[in-house]
Design a binder for this molecule. Structure first.
Ligand SMILES: *Cc1c(COP(=O)(O)O)cnc(C)c1O
Length: 364
């Protein structure tokens, strides 16, 4: 095994469990029991139908959802959902959709939504540089909105909601791309949850979309089949050739979460421990390392921090890379340092990073 894989602190594509990488390595040669390579196996095979069913069941089971939720595996990334959501829920409507603008990723879908209908941005952190999230008294949700859209974890700025937003009588739509299956999330309170795989639960190529039954009554069906939730549901994520590789790897990750980690409460406890170690260290560094986000809004998935100068940040990145760590550079939109600590990033890797950070501070 290549040990550097487990020191991948990238914001995405993220680290995957070593045991899953080993299984994929074998499956490339032969998927157990099929005599075929994972890369050449038919998406119309019984084997693949069973993969889709098991992945749907694993996601429902991890989140405690019933059969009233459809679990879709779509292509086009989270970005395709930026437009598919308003095409389906906003086109032709007069009631505005409400968007909460908390950072880089929640800003992106607003333009796509505006193409389809009226949009109200009910809070924006843009002028304050996206260093904090809104409190409850800063948010006024209307009862007649078409839906509410927000991002649970701002991957770039390292901000994460610790509560569910909005009203129970307005459909909630949430982009959970960077914290999906990282903690229990009261999933049954959302009409649509979408999350691509490549941050926390698999490789790029597949995006999980969870839809509650009732929302289907009001979705627009006058859309190209490929962009139509109804068609995708009817064909069980097999409308056209799906990304079999990405879906299979995501299945292996959900098996690991269920059977090796023991579910979302367990993984949440580990994720909290990792984040507390990093933030505790940063806060105790006497101002050498400075957390970017307001402490109450800090993300458990993406720890974003700064050093006293751009030169020190550049040395930090060069030296950490030479020491075997990867992916520590902040997003190109804001710079700085970002250590992403997704589910599969182990406690041992966090300890190694903190040793490096301590040593770096001592030397500089
Ligand atoms: C990375 C990211 C995206 C972009 O997803 P693509 O699959 O590249 O389209 C969207 N939303 C969030 C929260 C992200 O972190």
């Amino acid at each position: 095994m290549n040990p550097f894989n487990q020191l991948n602190f990238s914001g995405g594509p993220g680290v995957l469990p070593a045991c899953v990488l080993a299984e994929i390595q074998q499956a490339i040669m032969e998927v157990p029991g099929t005599r075929l390579s994972l890369l050449g196996i038919s998406h119309r095979s019984d084997w693949f139908a069973a993969v889709v069913t098991e992945l749907e069941d694993n996601v429902r089971s991890l989140l405690g959802l019933g059969k009233n939720y459809h679990v879709l595996m779509l292509q086009g990334g989270a970005t395709q959902q930026f437009s598919m959501v308003p095409m389906s829920l906003l086109r032709g409507k007069t009631q505005a959709a409400e968007y909460v603008q908390t950072g880089y990723w929640s800003s992106k879908p607003i333009a796509d939504a505006r193409r389809e209908g009226p949009v109200r941005v009910i809070w924006s952190g843009e002028s304050s540089g996206y260093r904090c999230l809104p409190t409850d008294d800063e948010l006024a949700f209307s009862e007649d909105a078409s839906y509410l859209h927000y991002v649970s974890n701002e991957t770039v700025e390292g901000l994460q909601f610790q509560r569910v937003l909005g009203r129970d009588d307005v459909p909630r739509v949430c982009d959970m791309s960077s914290d999906f299956l990282s903690r229990p999330c009261e999933a049954e309170r959302f009409s649509i949850i979408y999350a691509h795989a490549q941050k926390n639960i698999g490789p790029a190529g597949v995006t999980m979309v969870l839809l509650r039954d009732e929302i289907l009554e009001s979705v627009n069906r006058d859309l190209p089949d490929f962009l139509n939730y109804g068609t995708q549901i009817a064909s069980h994520s097999n409308f056209n050739t799906p990304p079999v590789f990405s879906i299979y790897v995501t299945l292996l990750v959900t098996r690991w979460l269920l059977h090796q980690i023991g579910g979302l409460k367990k993984v949440d406890a580990i994720n909290q421990q990792k984040a507390q170690k990093i933030y505790g260290f940063i806060d105790g560094s006497g101002g050498f390392y400075r957390g970017r986000a307001k402490p109450a809004d800090r993300s458990l998935m993406n720890t974003v921090f700064e050093l006293p100068s751009k030169e020190l940040e550049a040395s930090f990145l060069a030296e950490s890379s030479a020491a075997g760590f990867s992916g520590l550079g902040g997003h190109r939109a804001i710079g700085g340092i970002r250590a992403s600590i997704y589910n599969a990033l182990g406690l041992a890797a966090v300890d190694q990073l903190l040793d490096f950070m301590q040593d770096f501070q001592r030397r500089h």
